[in-house]
Design a protein around this ligand. Structure first.
Ligand SMILES: Nc1nc2c(ncn2[C@@H]2O[C@H](COP(=O)(O)OP(=O)(O)OP(=O)(O)O)[C@@H](O)[C@H]2O)c(=O)[nH]1
Ligand SMILES: [Mg+2]
Length: 280
């Protein structure tokens, strides 16, 4: 399956990011805790050279807790400031202020030496589409200032949000990169809903998910759908039967079954799951 999605607004967003990066002290990069590496945009390293950096493992409520801890250690070992969060419920957000201060220690110290007191830290919130940037900002701010939605491409332009006296946040549109070198990365990003669904072949994607589940979480397929076969197509047929996905004439509607299965995964109804593992 060949997945690419780089619409025009992302080219513009990347250009805007290049401009705005001059104004900021810190990059807060949100990644999806279910795919912490595949959801990191390689462009950010280049764009953010020389800036303080922080990684938030967002949607940690949807990811496997064992691997959340493993990924947290992985990022710490890389020298990153990292916090595990659930932007929807607000879990983990309390730690952020102190980690921001820690990540920007040098800048705050430099300001102090120059006699500049209490200049707020300006942070740019970045990440791929649908990773939860705007939700994070709203939860952190304690009010709905940024528009959110359960699909990629909701935020279209940059927007500054003054959180408090010590922190200002810039919400940005999610950007991908023009070509996924590794198609597994494309598949993972499609599964978490960071790629426009309209360009996806949902039954192929569902079979990829089934292949992954068979390998890593086999009990889920059995418990939810009584699937025992290792054949992805047969398993998808079983999902269609279990969920009564029938087309006209009584045939199984595999596309409908695929959509239901993928939605169940996205919404956490299959349980908490991580799609990639450190050191893999
Ligand atoms: N379960 C769970 N859902 C979350 C979390 N954070 C965000 N979401 C959901 O993820 C979806 C996308 O959130 P947004 O905040 O719009 O994502 P975004 O990164 O701003 O997306 P773009 O503006 O399209 O780039 C929404 O349905 C949120 O409710 C989280 O920590 N846990
Ligand atoms: Mg947004």
């Amino acid at each position: 399956m060949n997945i690419q999605w780089y619409p025009g607004h992302m080219t513009k967003a990347k250009r805007a990011m290049k401009e705005d990066i001059k104004l900021i002290d810190l990059i807060i990069e949100l990644v999806d805790a279910r795919v912490p590496l595949s959801s990191r945009n390689p462009d950010i390293d280049e764009l953010g050279a020389g800036k303080a950096r922080m990684v938030l493992l967002n949607k940690s409520d949807l990811a496997d807790e064992r691997f959340n801890n493993a990924w947290e250690s992985y990022f710490v070992a890389q020298g990153c400031h990292v916090v595990k969060v659930n932007s929807k419920s607000g879990a983990g957000l309390k730690q952020i202020n102190s980690v921001v201060q820690e990540a920007c220690k040098e800048k705050i110290e430099r300001d102090r030496r120059r006699g500049i007191l209490n200049r707020p830290v300006r942070a740019m919130v970045v990440g791929i589409p649908n990773v939860g940037k705007s939700t994070f900002i709203n939860s952190f701010a304690g009010k709905a200032c940024a528009k959110t939605g359960n699909r990629p491409g909701v935020t279209k332009g940059n927007q500054w949000i003054r959180l408090n006296k010590s922190l200002e946040l810039l919400d940005t549109p999610g950007i991908l990169w023009p070509k996924f070198e590794d198609q597994q990365v494309g598949i993972r990003l499609a599964l978490i809903g960071s790629v426009n669904d309209q360009i996806l072949n949902k039954d192929e994607l569902a079979m990829e998910l089934i292949g992954f589940l068979t390998k890593e979480y086999p009990q889920v397929l059995f418990e939810k759908y009584e699937i025992e076969t290792k054949d992805p197509l047969e398993a998808l047929r079983q999902v269609a039967r279990a969920r009564a996905c029938l087309a006209k004439g009584g045939e199984l509607d595999l596309v409908k079954a695929s959509n239901l299965l993928i939605d169940d995964f996205r919404n956490g109804k299959l349980g908490r799951m991580t799609l990639e593992f450190p050191g893999q």
